[in-house]
Ligand binder design. Structure first.
Ligand SMILES: C[S@@+](CC[C@H](N)C(=O)[O-])C[C@H]1O[C@@H](n2cnc3c(N)ncnc32)[C@H](O)[C@@H]1O
Length: 200
């Protein structure tokens, strides 16, 4: 299957998450400075990692799915940024040890679902099964001045995410929203000194 974003074509192999409104909400707000160290968790077909690398980021992209990493590899090389996107397999931050990054991106599985859901989109019963461990570890992996962009649904508690970020010492704001009739997709930006950059 092929998916297009702003006229660009991305391959999506069988079993890999098909980029959707949540992906594009994040992509529309993606701004990377030349040379920034970027981590994308759960890269899927690699679309966000490719866009970040095209803007000059040095990207590490991870996923739990082997098929996703194969697909991201193909898309990175097809778009000429294979050398700027390093792919690693594993859960959340485990593939990067204690490394820190200037920008961390995550479009996590966030849908509340009973039972064993699909790891591409299911966040367990509360929808927070992947989101909460991500938020707990996030401060450890942001460089000084670093920031994160992540997507979640109004169905899985945006206020709860903002509260947890605050507990971790991070500032946060909502950068974008997409309203559907049964939920709202919310793009959250979090970081150190988001509102009050340290004086030079
Ligand atoms: C909603 S999809 C997003 C894919 C892609 N980033 C995008 O925006 O189109 C979530 C991705 O996270 C991966 N994933 C699920 N649980 C994960 C975990 N614990 N750690 C890392 N990746 C995970 C899934 O395999 C899937 O590729």
């Amino acid at each position: 299957m092929r998916v297009f974003y702003r006229g660009r074509e991305f391959l999506v192999l069988p079993g890999v998450y098909e980029p959707a409104e949540d992906t594009f909400l994040l992509a529309d707000h993606l701004e990377v400075k030349e040379g920034e160290r970027v981590l994308e968790l759960g890269t899927g077909c690699g679309i966000l990692a490719v866009l970040a690398a095209e803007q000059g980021g040095r990207v590490v992209a991870t996923d739990v799915s082997e098929a996703a990493l194969r697909c991201a590899w193909l898309n990175a090389w097809r778009h000429g940024v294979g050398e700027r996107v390093e792919l690693r397999r594993g859960e959340l931050f485990s593939p990067v040890g204690s490394s820190t990054f200037d920008l961390i991106l995550f479009n996590p599985p966030y849908l509340p679902e009973e039972g064993e859901g699909d790891p591409r989109w299911s966040g367990g019963r509360s929808g927070r099964g992947v989101l909460d461990p991500f938020l707990s570890e996030l401060p450890l992996h942001l460089s000084p001045g670093g920031r994160a962009l992540f997507v979640q649904s109004s169905l899985s508690g945006v206020e709860e995410s903002l509260r947890r970020l605050g507990e971790g010492g991070l500032e946060a704001r909502i950068l974008g929203r997409l309203r559907f009739f049964f939920e709202e997709l919310v793009l959250v930006e979090a970081g150190w000194n988001l509102f009050s950059p340290p004086s030079q």
